[in-house]
Design a protein around this ligand. Structure first.
Ligand SMILES: Cc1ncc(C[n+]2csc(CCOP(=O)(O)OP(=O)(O)O)c2C)c(N)n1
Length: 363
């Protein structure tokens, strides 16, 4: 945990930022993270950007039916992956969390196979593309109805509190989710119960075509925390280190028994909402370009460069290595072949019911 003088103040009107646009360190405390971790952040962010591009190509080739690009959200998600204790904490992600899932260690082969519904998908092709889940690392499978995962996340956190284990629950969602009744019911009860959960809102300003000001009259999402009796942190989510330190702090607080927190990470989605969306119909190109100048990868590259941890040759070697790994992962995912249709009967009942046995035989 941070010392008192380093602690971030919740409810600041300005987002917490630790890396300046030019890559300068802005914080009032010395950075003590190992160089390997700083480079790891960059590597994970770049891997996610490249995974996005690959999934987009597969979608255009007709091999994946739907994508939800994460470009622009990488810093927030990669920071979250490093702030949790993988395999101990419980994560309730949403469909745009592919950078998080990849950085948590889910192999790219499985992520692509999940979107292609091939046999290499551990979840047997039963979910919509971009709806990952992993029993092995306590990653709750993504649910399509917005905010519907928040009540189960709070329930999980309450059960953790009752059993006295030191796990923390993380629930991730977009700002659109905060207009759902499920959000209010869940976060309110988390506050009342003092549940060890961190609500992570990735505010990219648009819920498909609905812009932030049509979503809420509140200046920030973080401000809503006041009404639920918990700290709310407003963070520059394009700044990987600000995201990391704040998430780390909120998670440590919850683990130490101090209850829930709401963290708003301000990000921007560079691509369309999904492959079924044309964002040019509701967003001016100049706005997208302005946010591209604040690209989280470029900002971290400048920061690393100042510390002698980045060079163009390192970048191109890394790109080549990650592209090769992703190409291999996509190949393996595809070569596994489509899931057999009769898998849909598996895992439904412990003892299959007679009519399902008959239907399977007929199929
Ligand atoms: C209850 C519900 N209403 C509507 C939808 C359709 N829908 C899918 S994604 C989405 C936008 C959500 O936006 P946000 O929560 O801000 O996340 P973002 O996609 O911007 O990351 C909507 C309206 C849905 N899946 N569930």
């Amino acid at each position: 945990m941070l010392t008192d003088s380093q602690r971030f103040q919740p409810f600041t009107p300005k987002p917490i930022s630790l890396i300046g646009e030019g890559g300068e360190w802005l914080a009032p405390f010395a950075l003590k993270l190992p160089d390997e971790l700083l480079q790891r952040f960059y590597r994970d962010m770049l891997a996610s950007r490249l995974l996005d591009e690959r999934l987009s190509t597969l979608q255009r080739l007709g091999k994946v039916s739907f994508i939800a690009p994460a470009a622009g959200h990488e810093a927030a998600q990669v920071a979250l992956a490093q702030a949790v204790t993988v395999g101990v904490d419980w994560l309730f992600p949403y469909y745009r969390d592919s950078a998080l899932v990849l950085a948590l260690g889910i192999p790219a082969r499985e992520i692509v196979a999940q979107s292609m519904a091939t046999k290499a998908d551990p979840n047997k092709g039963r979910q919509m593309p971009a709806h990952f889940g992993s029993k092995a690392i306590n990653l709750f499978a993504v649910a399509s109805p917005i905010a519907s995962h928040l009540a189960p996340a709070v329930g999980t956190a309450i059960s953790i509190k009752l059993t006295g284990s030191e796990q923390v629950v993380i629930a991730s969602f977009g700002e659109g989710a905060t207009s759902e009744g499920d959000f209010h019911a869940a976060i309110n009860f988390a506050g009342v119960q003092g549940a060890p959960i961190v609500f992570v809102c990735q505010n990219n300003r648009y819920a498909i075509s609905v812009d932030y000001h049509k979503q809420t009259a509140a200046e920030t999402i973080a401000a809503k925390a006041v009404a639920y009796g918990m700290p709310g942190y407003l963070v520059d989510g394009m700044d990987v280190l600000a995201s990391y330190f704040v998430l780390h702090e909120a998670i440590a607080r919850a683990r130490a028994g101090h209850g829930p927190a709401l963290v708003e990470l301000q990000v921007y989605r560079y691509g369309p909402h999904s492959s079924a969306d044309d964002d040019a119909r509701y967003r001016p190109r100049e706005e997208v370009e302005a946010w591209r100048r604040r690209d989280p990868l470029k900002r971290l590259a400048r920061f690393l460069e100042r510390r002698g941890l980045y060079s163009e040759s390192w970048e191109s070697e890394l790109r080549a290595e990650l592209s090769e790994q992703l190409a291999q992962a996509a190949k393996e995912a595809e070569q596994a072949g489509p899931v057999p249709t009769d898998w849909l009967f598996d895992d439904v009942y412990a003892e299959p019911l007679p009519h399902l046995v008959a239907q399977r035989a007929e199929l």
